[in-house]
Design a protein around this ligand. Sequence first.
Ligand code: GLN
Length: 194
Amino acid sequence: MSAPRIGVLALQGDTREHLAALREAGASAATVRRLDELQAVDALVIPGGESTTMSHLLREFELLEPLRARLAEGMPAYGSCAGMILLASEILDAGADGRQAVPLKGIDMTVRRNAFGRQVDSFEGDIAFEGLDSPVHAVFIRAPWVERVGPDVEVLAEAAGHIVAVRQAKMLATAFHPEMTGDRRIHKLFVDML
Ligand code: GLN
């Protein structure tokens, strides 16, 4: 079987870093901006960036409902930070009226946007990650946390007492940005899930 083609949603955010990380993890990766590109991939990464802007652009590019449909059919997906927010089934503090982040409902979880607060907008730390034998250096930038997970969701990591990485079937989400460090273990984990 040929290697699965992984798309990286490229409407906004740190697309390039994910493309590089996926390739280093041994996958074939391409950007997704249009419907035909979405339909051509076997799995999708939703990068970090700004979930409200990405939601707006998903609508503008007429990708919102097709993407929801592919996730509902079980297309594997990985979201980091803003991508985690979008993969949620429910978003708290979703943003100003008319410009809100929209849940794509891939993972049965409630996520709070910008959860760690202004004082600690961005921080880094080494955290334990389920299934990895040494800690991951996690970079958090205006990161969300997970406030509720459904019964089928596996918690993979916590930071400061909050859930920051989860998995449900072939969907993975992290509140932090592994694409910004040289550590490819989390991208590898996603590639191995396919
Ligand atoms: N705060 C951003 C949002 O709401 C996420 C930040 C990030 O992806 N680094 O989408």
